[in-house]
Design a protein around this ligand. Structure first.
Ligand code: FMN
Length: 174
């Protein structure tokens, strides 16, 4: 029987959404966008300040939405932008809201030059009873949302081969 896969992610400016969309496209999976009840400010500096306060205090923002049938999934990809070297708070809320025991959880993140920080490790910490496979890390501007995508490629094309190689390595696809 084939395994049921969920790709869950939070994205503020679209990079992580692009990567989630590619994982979804390559695998036979469902896609779930984690949405905080109160969206973060669009203004970058305001968002950075709010995120700093929330992360420092361990605040878990309420979410707008949920996954009603989480029990049905065998494999859950969990994606976040790197915010202050860790997960964006909505992803923490998401991972804290369900029982992932016995599932395979696979983290991925996008970043602004600082690499994965603690993002992948924090997904593992929040899902201690899950099996974990090697995560995927990519710079946000390689996710295809950026000015350097001047060749007019559709979003994320440049990341697609890398994502395929990773998914083959962790044996999610052949
Ligand atoms: C609140 C906030 C904090 C951030 N902190 C970091 C950081 O510590 N290290 C880093 O490399 N990038 C940092 N970034 C950049 C994002 O990780 C990067 O732009 C990411 O690709 C954004 O993903 P998104 O488009 O899915 O929101 C931060 C961005 C924001 C908005």
């Amino acid at each position: 029987m084939s395994k049921k896969i969920l790709v869950a992610y939070y994205s503020h400016s679209g990079n992580t959404r692009t990567i989630a969309g590619l994982i979804h496209k390559i695998t036979d999976s469902d896609l779930f966008e984690i949405l905080p009840k109160q969206p973060y400010p669009e203004n970058y500096n305001q968002c950075v300040e709010q995120a700093k306060r929330e992360i420092n205090s361990g605040y878990k923002p309420e979410l707008q939405n949920g996954v009603s049938n989480i029990g049905a999934y065998d494999i859950v990809f969990a994606g976040s932008p790197n915010w202050w070297s860790t997960l964006a708070p909505p992803v923490v809320t998401f991972l804290s809201s369900y029982d992932f025991a016995g599932k395979t959880v696979i983290p991925f993140c996008t970043h602004g030059g600082g690499g994965k920080g603690r993002c992948l490790a924090d997904v593992e910490k929040l899902t201690p009873k899950s099996n974990h496979l090697e995560g995927f890390v990519i710079s946000g501007n390689r996710a295809g949302n950026s000015a350097d995508n001047s060749a007019g490629n559709s979003a994320g094309n440049s990341a697609q081969p890398e994502i395929k190689t990773w998914l083959q390595k962790i044996k999610i696809i052949n």
